[in-house]
Every structure is written in C-alpha cells, then in structure tokens.
Design a protein around this ligand. Sequence first.
Ligand SMILES: Cc1cc2nc3c(=O)[nH]c(=O)nc-3n(C[C@H](O)[C@H](O)[C@H](O)COP(=O)(O)OP(=O)(O)OC[C@H]3O[C@@H](n4cnc5c(N)ncnc54)[C@H](O)[C@@H]3O)c2cc1C
Length: 343
Amino acid sequence: MTEKLLLLIPVEKDGALPKTAWETVSAVRALGQGLNAPFDVGLWGADVKHAARELASCGASRFLAVEGADFADARYATDSAAAEALARASQATVVIAPSNSRVARVLGGVSHRLQGRADNHATAVQVVDGRIQLTRWYYRQRIMVVLEREHRPWFIALESGAAAPWSGPSGDVALEPVGVSLTDADKRTRFEAIQQPPADQQTIRPDAELLFVAGAGWTKKQRDGQIHVEEADRIIREFLAKSGASLGGTKSIVDQAGEGGAVLSCMSHMNQVGQTGSTPRHPKGLATCCHGEEPHVVGWRFINERRAVNLDPNCGWAHGKADVLYVADAFEVMRKVNELLSS
Ligand SMILES: Cc1cc2nc3c(=O)[nH]c(=O)nc-3n(C[C@H](O)[C@H](O)[C@H](O)COP(=O)(O)OP(=O)(O)OC[C@H]3O[C@@H](n4cnc5c(N)ncnc54)[C@H](O)[C@@H]3O)c2cc1C
C-alpha cells in the first residue's frame, strides 16, 4: 500500500504548538522514513505562521493551513471543519495528531466524515515489514495491543511520551491556505474563560517530575494510639507546595470522604491511582502510608522509579513493586524532607 501521511496539529491561541506536537513530529518523520512516504503538515488556528516557521525543517512536503479568528478557540464545529478540510486537501491515507482534549474531541467525527477509522490513545506507531503498527492499551492499561488496519484513511491520536521531541532550525515556509466556509451555527458556541483552581490547590499536575501518593495510613491510628489527620494534611500540603509534586491517592483514602472517615482536605476521587483510578506518567513516584496492593500498583505502570515509605517491612511494595522501600514512619520522614526542602 502506498501511504501518504498528514501531521495534523491545532495551534494554540498564542500561536504556539501544543507541547506534545514536537513528539508527534518525530513519530511522523520516523513513519515517513520507514514507509518511504511523504508527509504534509496541516495546521489550524487563529494565526499559524509562527508554528509553521518552527516546523520549517521537519521534512514536510507541504504546509497546509486553516487560519482565522474563528479557529482560535477549541470548539467542535470549527475544529472539526478545519481538520476535515486539511485532511481532504492533503489526500492523506494516514493522519496523525498529537493527543490532547482538542484533538480527541474531533478526531472520531472527522474520520467518520471521510469514511475513515480513528484510534485514540496510541502510545506508539511504527513500521514493521513495511506496515504501520499502532500500540494501544486496553482494560485500564492492563492489556497492550498492537494493531494494524487495512482501512484508509486512518486517523491516529498519539499520546505524549510516544517519541522523543523533534527539534530543528526554524525558517521560512510557503503556507498553502485551505478554505473552510463556516455557517453561523458553526460559531454558535462561544469560548468564555478557563476556570481552574489556584495553583496551590491544583494537586493533579501531569507534568510534575514526581508523583506523591498518600495512602490510608495517614489517617489511621499512629503509635501513640491517636489519629493525626490535621498534621498529615499539613505535612502533605507543605510537601506539595515545596516540591511541585503531583498528588495521588489510594482508593482507601479517597473513599474516606464519602464514608465519613477522617479526610485529607487535598484529596478527592480525581486523585485516585490504580485499577479503578488513573495511570499517570511521571519519571518518579513516592508512595507513603500506602500498602502497595496490586489494584493500586497497576496504576503505577508508567512510573519509572518507584519508592515507598511504610512501617510494615512486609507490605506490598516489599514484594518487588518498589525499587526502594524505606521501612520508616512517613510522618517523621516527610517532616524531615520538608525541613530539607526549606533549607
Ligand atoms: C476491583 C478492585 C479495584 C481496586 N481499585 C483500586 C484503585 O484503583 N486504587 C487503589 O488504590 N486501590 C484499589 N483497590 C483497593 C486496593 O486493593 C487496596 O485496598 C487499597 O489500595 C489500599 O489502600 P491503602 O494502601 O491506602 O490502605 P491500607 O491497605 O490500609 O494501607 C495503609 C498502609 O499504611 C501504612 N502506615 C500506617 N501508618 C504509617 C506511618 N506512620 N508511616 C508509614 N506507613 C504507615 C500501613 O503499614 C499500611 O501498609 C481496588 C480493589 C479492588 C478489589
């Protein structure tokens, strides 16, 4: 099969490329080389000139652009219209986009309009024996599937971490404008504002170096026979503020709010890591007062370096689930860590 590739990217409102776009550039370049196939770049946004200049030396045959104020904000109708027009203009058989909420929202619909097929959450794309293979996880990251498709066009949203970010010199680019006619109905949805908690209350930080997991032990009776939830809360908040770590929790601790137990103020169900929780990606992880049970640890699949602090030398982490287990009192350890971070 002769392939033609399209690297499809929504440009941010400020003209920048989304963070994961650089990795997708590397992945598409490698695919192009492996298949001996050319690739186009398709950009849409309010103003894509800066982004196009940054990709000038990436090796694309053509730079297609849908530009205009109507395409500044994420909006299904205009984003899908732009992506559809770019895909049609390039005549690509395989369209690859960096996975973010904007892309994920429209890719399925756009693929349907072109009678294509779409796969999201791809963690790798590669060429094996001249065929494209895509890697994707199923069942809460427990089953890894490598799949091929005959059907074209094939739309793929590539997750972050799938390739090393591309970098190359910027330069002049001949942009080929692609026209999109919008109706009033397409512009009916208006972007108002982004609402998000203040930075110090935002405990889920996907870009953090470290995932800090708090388990139910923080709210259990301690050696003096008392519970010390307020102190636990203080220690954890201080650590998060000083380290910039992302906060994860076990099912046991996040469920406590609903069960009327002693709760940490910074912990919600959104923080839960594990089989029924999230599977975050961070270079390092530190589990504290958490037993390290399999349904929790399965959420640590993509954490590279794992450490845990637990009073129990026989806890789950000791059974090959952590690189380093500190058999120690997490209150004492984290108090000391905070002290060191302050000095
Ligand atoms: C189908 C299914 C799905 C599940 N999904 C998830 C999931 O998505 N995520 C998840 O987390 N769990 C999940 N679970 C539950 C999981 O099996 C565990 O029950 C849960 O993770 C235990 O939480 P924990 O380690 O915080 O609490 P505990 O098991 O109560 O462990 C507390 C730990 O704290 C230690 N400790 C206490 N005080 C201190 C101290 N001062 N210093 C150091 N250590 C101390 C204790 O030694 C103990 O090991 C699931 C279970 C099932 C059956």
